[in-house]
Design a protein around this ligand. Structure first.
Ligand code: HEC
Length: 118
């Protein structure tokens, strides 16, 4: 009779321990998929964009009334993005190859891709 509450308590703690372990595993899996990493990359690109690109391309990827294209509609073409950003285009888009390394351009690409409109 006196043992019963003990058993319930033991069962309760066992269950809590199981749930805690499961939560810990889920957290590890989320970290391992790199979701957090992607967001950090996008944020990094966003900062570089604000610093180097937004005065021509507009704060939201579009600068209405100018000749800069709407970057939200840039095609899903990473090679073309890298080529244009490194080499410039038509003497109007400046070349960035000497100023930005591949990691920075990769972060810009992550940011531009995250804003893409179909
Ligand atoms: C001095 C103004 C200026 C700055 C600064 C600038 N751009 Fe541009 N960008 C342009 C113009 C103008 C065009 C359109 C060129 C054309 O098509 O003739 C362009 C075009 C582009 C394109 C489209 C290229 C294509 O292949 O169609 C991309 C992508 C781009 N810019 C990215 C960037 C990024 C990223 C930055 C910041 C690192 C940046 N630009 C900074 C003026 C600028």
């Amino acid at each position: 009779m006196i043992k019963r509450p003990f058993n319930w308590a033991a069962a309760y703690f066992a269950a809590v321990a199981t749930i805690a372990t499961a939560n810990a595993q889920t957290a590890t899996q989320v970290a391992a998929t790199g979701d957090g990493g992607d967001q950090a990359l996008i944020d990094h690109g966003k900062m570089t964009y604000a610093e180097k690109c937004s005065h021509c391309h507009g704060p939201g990827m579009l600068n209405a009334g100018t000749i800069t294209p709407d970057l939200r509609r840039f095609p899903d073409d990473k090679t073309r993005f890298f080529t244009t950003v490194k080499n410039g285009k038509n003497g109007k888009m400046p070349p960035w190859g000497d100023l930005l390394d591949d990691d920075q351009i990769g972060a810009l690409w992550a940011y531009v891709s995250s804003q893409r409109k179909p």
